[in-house]
Design a binder for this molecule. Structure first.
Ligand code: M6R
Length: 602
């Protein structure tokens, strides 16, 4: 931590900087410094010790309307006068104060030295002054802009150049910075305490913004970070598969790996989601969560509701995006709205996020398409990182969304009541999923045979309970979407006896999701009720389960896993079943009738 301050205006800068810096002393107090661009003489001071103990008897002689100050908490380089800020370039034309850490400073410094730059401190911060010198032509903000592109790490900076003397340039990334606005004067500072005695009008700079301030005016440049598309060209090709949908289903084990890679700290039972880091404190204060999405993404949201409710201990709601904004939902700043969208462009979800923002909610996203509208519109979020999904059917993206929901469950659960053992157990089982998904896919031929066997039927039910109720909805949606000559309905198994059972006979097959879990016996009852009415049953159950095999007409096995992870494995055979049934019916499973991959209309 360090404190920075800057002043530009009509008054004498030094006393303003001195009193402001004293207010920032809590941010660092091993050394301090100033640079004042003087009318006649400049003033540069770099000194170890506390700013509160600094006495300058000849203060009156320090005259200038533009200056910067810094109070240091040493990170790189010992506590010495030379390492105190401001830092300057070879010609002492450019002066910089910096709060943050430049992670790649060593490399930059070596290169600058090889180009002839002379360094006078051991700090990471000094590279900023030399880089600005290197890029300076006749305009300070342009040189700062080019410099910032080279930096990795965090910064809040204020910069002055003798060669562009009517200007103070400030910028930030990851370190706080405010611009205080007063009549004919401006201040920049790490926090309000340093400037509140001069003005209460402030602009909080956002990351990647550069403020260019003159004595009479200011403007803010937004430096858009360049995002890297991580996809490889082969990922957008079918390879040996006849259809993208099949290729993408077979990519599921790899997609699970990509979704969780580098995001788990196994021995601590913790999760590290870079995209949520900035809002972690706000997340701690959240009192309820609403999950939104459309179609398959909405089914992921429903599974998320079960996960969050069981492990986070907050009231959770799921909404269909297109209904959410018209319902007048009761939301406030203590509500987090988590939007799930593969494309990041679904208009209904985007509009729902805007509504949540109007109501001051914290908006979060689980999005696959980097830089998409939803990724940009939400306050924070997690990318799926699974490469392009080209088939209209959401398959690998659904599985990835579920995996990220597991990660968020642990991240938020561990902030609250989830203990270390539970956190470790969930993450440990999650890491096994790529292998278990592979094992599930080994039954592809069996599922293809079932698709052939059942291709004559015109109607299907899909039943599940608890975590697998949304998977029943998903199985039915996929069948309707991809094998669209067939009608299907998904529902919670407990509901059929309240009406739907009337439809069951030997011409009406039902897919029952029945893994070993806390509702296993209830699901078994539902299967028995269907069999008693001569209905056909295809059961998805846990490997080796003989009981269900004896009851059902056909069985697909999934490996044993934690209850909350069963939907991830159970969805795989349902996606395959829809794909093979679609092919059996002679349909284009990548481009089903009347549909589009990205639904950008409301
Ligand atoms: O891009 P999104 O995840 O926001 O898309 C949402 C739905 O349109 C999408 O999941 C749709 O339901 C799929 N085609 C289903 O397979």
């Amino acid at each position: 931590m360090c404190g920075i301050i800057g002043y530009i205006g009509k008054k004498n800068a030094f006393p303003i900087l001195l009193s402001g810096l004293k207010k920032l002393e809590y941010r660092g107090y091993d050394s301090f410094g100033f640079f004042i661009l003087g009318k006649n003489n400049d003033f540069l001071l770099k000194k170890t010790g506390k700013i509160s103990e600094y006495k300058n008897k000849s203060q009156k002689n320090i005259k200038g309307n533009l200056g910067i100050g810094h109070t240091r908490w040493a990170t790189t380089g010992a506590v010495t006068d030379a390492n105190a800020h401001p830092h300057f370039d070879c010609q002492k034309n450019i002066f910089v104060v910096h709060n943050g850490i430049i992670e790649n400073y060593k490399k930059l410094k070596e290169k600058l030295i090889s180009e002839g730059h002379k360094f006078s401190s051991e700090t990471d911060s000094e590279v900023i002054a030399h880089l600005i010198e290197k890029h300076f032509q006749n305009n300070l903000e342009e040189a700062v802009r080019k410099t910032l592109k080279k930096l990795r790490g965090t910064y809040g900076i204020a910069v002055i150049s003798k060669k562009d003397p009517e200007k103070l340039v400030a910028a930030k990334l990851g370190s706080p910075l405010l611009l205080g606005i007063n009549h004919n004067e401006f201040l920049v500072a790490s926090d309000p305490s340093a400037i509140v005695s001069h003005t209460r009008q402030v602009i909080t700079l956002d990351d990647n913004e550069i403020a260019v301030i003159s004595p009479n005016d200011f403007f803010i440049l937004k430096e858009k970070p360049i995002e890297k598309i991580e996809w490889k060209i082969e990922e957008a090709e079918k390879k040996e598969f006849s259809h993208f949908m099949l290729k993408e289903i077979f990519e599921i084990p790899e997609s699970i790996e990509k979704s969780i890679a580098g995001r788990i700290i196994p021995d601590k039972g913790l999760v590290k989601l870079g995209g949520l880091e900035e809002v972690l404190d706000r997340l701690k204060k959240i009192e309820k969560i609403t999950l939104i999405g459309c179609g398959t993404a909405q089914h992921a949201a429903q599974v998320g509701e079960y996960m969050f409710e069981e492990y986070i201990g907050l009231p959770i709601k799921t909404e269909i995006s297109s209904e959410f904004r018209y319902k007048k939902p009761i939301l406030d700043e203590k509500t987090a709205v988590l939007a799930i969208s593969q494309s990041g462009e679904t208009a209904d979800t985007l509009e729902a996020i805007k509504e949540a923002k109007r109501k001051k909610c914290l908006t979060l996203g689980i999005v696959n398409a980097v830089g998409s509208s939803i990724a940009r519109e939400t306050d924070a979020g997690v990318y799926n990182r699974i490469g392009p999904e080209i088939g209209v059917a959401a398959t690998k993206s659904f599985i990835s969304q579920l995996c990220i929901l597991v990660l968020i469950t642990v991240a938020l659960g561990r902030q609250r009541e989830m203990d270390l053992v539970t956190g470790k157990k969930i993450l440990n089982e999650l890491q096994k999923l790529p292998e278990l998904a592979k094992k599930t896919l080994e039954q592809a031929d069996k599922i293809k045979e079932l698709a052939e066997k059942y291709s004559e039927y015109k109607n299907f039910f899909f039943l599940g309970r608890k975590y697998n109720y949304p998977i029943a909805l998903e199985g039915a949606l996929k069948l309707k979407e991809i094998a669209w000559k067939i009608h299907a309905e998904g529902m919670p198994a407990g509901e059929i006896k309240h009406g739907q059972l009337a439809l069951i006979d030997e011409n009406f097959p039902t897919v029952c999701l029945c893994p070993y879990d806390s509702v296993y016996d209830k699901m078994k009852n539902a299967i028995e009720e269907i069999k008693a009415r001569k209905g056909l049953v295809i059961a998805i159950t846990t490997e080796k389960n003989q009981e269900i095999k004896n009851l059902a007409d056909d069985v697909i096995y999934i490996p044993k896993t934690l209850e909350m992870l069963t939907p991830i494995l159970a969805a795989i055979p349902l996606h395959l079943f829809a794909a093979y049934l679609g092919l059996e019916l002679g349909l284009d499973i990548d481009k089903p009738r009347n549909l589009a991959k990205s639904v950008t209309v409301e």
